[in-house]
Design a protein around this ligand. Structure first.
Ligand code: 3HC
Length: 290
């Protein structure tokens, strides 16, 4: 299937990444069905869309016509069957647990039309770990968006050894049609490009913090004003989720056995306390008053 064959997109997982990916696709003109097992998350996603589009129009960043079309292009359902049965492309954005992704991709493989591409937005799980549970491994690939997905242009498209050229090309073209900037990774590698670079920055930031060299607020200030990054590593972790940082480091440590990959003590502490960043109202910084 070429990009011309992609009309209907199903996004599974309506959390922060999922609903912004879904809305980006709806704004680009795709018919998008968004699904989640959690009704509250699904409702919040719909509320976000209902506020975001008029806000963009009021800000003069989007025409009324585009906003109205996007609203009618996106729908929400708790039924995976309903969301995926006519999908040409599925983008999965659920929790970063391999067993959950396996169960989901098995179901998607049964529900979706045979031509459908099944992509995962996973931050670190390569699609060759997921594809074997389906009967269409050539159509299972990584399509990795960045947070906040409505703003960040980059998408990493990862062509594992099982992924056909056609699938990779189609996903690249879909990204472009969504006004994104895709990069193709010709090989699977843990953390892809950006998260590997980010991990190196985070590792050094944690080292400096753990050594008592500076407060994390000051490390963030240094990175913002010394390197020109839009936000420092600790504030960025609050945005992407300290739970995600914990899962990434734990998985990496389990895979490699290298103690250097263990999550930092402060990440473990915040993970256990449920201080996961913006999504929980507190992480390294406090968001409860916003
Ligand atoms: N959702 C949607 N839009 C948002 C948003 C959000 N959460 N936050 C900000 N925006 C939009 C605003 O509406 C505004 O749009 P406009 O200019 O068109 O009107 C624009 O972004 C700028 O917003 P603000 O002026 O309020 O704030 P900033 O200028 O500080 O920008 C930011 C906020 C875009 C989040 C910026 O700080 C930034 O780029 N931060 C770095 C983000 C980053 O590095 N992301 C990648 C993380 S790694 C990742 O996601 C991989 C994963 O696997 C972990």
């Amino acid at each position: 299937m070429t990009v011309a064959g992609v009309k209907n997109i199903c996004v599974v997982g309506a959390g922060n990444m999922g609903h912004q990916i879904a809305l980006s696709a709806a704004i680009a003109g795709y018919k998008v069905k968004t699904t989640d097992v959690n009704q509250e998350i699904l409702q919040k996603a719909e509320q976000f869309v209902e506020k975001y589009l008029p806000d963009r129009v009021a800000k003069g960043k989007m025409s009324e016509e585009v906003a109205q079309a996007a609203r009618s292009n996106i729908s929400f359902t708790m039924s995976l069957e309903e969301a995926a049965k006519d999908a040409d492309l599925v983008i999965e954005a659920v929790i970063e647990k391999l067993d959950i992704k396996h169960t989901l991709f098995r179901q998607l493989d049964e529900i979706c039309p045979p031509h459908a591409i099944l992509a995962t937005n996973s931050s670190f799980i390569v699609s060759s770990k997921i594809a074997p549970v389906t009967k269409r491994p050539d159509k299972v690939c990584n399509m990795h968006f960045f947070n906040p997905a409505l703003v960040m242009k980059l998408v990493e498209v990862v062509k594992g050894p099982h992924v056909s050229d056609e699938t990779a090309n189609t996903v690249m073209e879909v990204c472009k049609s969504m006004d994104k900037v895709p990069v193709l990774l010709k090989k699977e590698i843990y953390g892809f490009l950006v998260n590997r670079i980010l991990a190196a920055i985070n590792k050094e930031a944690f080292y400096l913090y753990d050594m008592g060299v500076a407060a994390y607020e000051d490390i963030d200030t240094a990175v913002v004003y010394g390197l020109g990054h839009p936000m420092g590593p600790f504030r960025l972790m609050d945005l992407t989720g300290i739970d995600l940082a914990y899962y990434i480091d734990t998985e990496r440590y389990q895979e490699t056995g290298d103690p250097a990959n263990k999550p930092s003590p402060i990440v473990v502490e915040k993970f256990v306390k449920g201080e996961w960043g913006q999504k929980s109202g507190k992480g390294f910084y406090d968001y409860s008053k916003k």
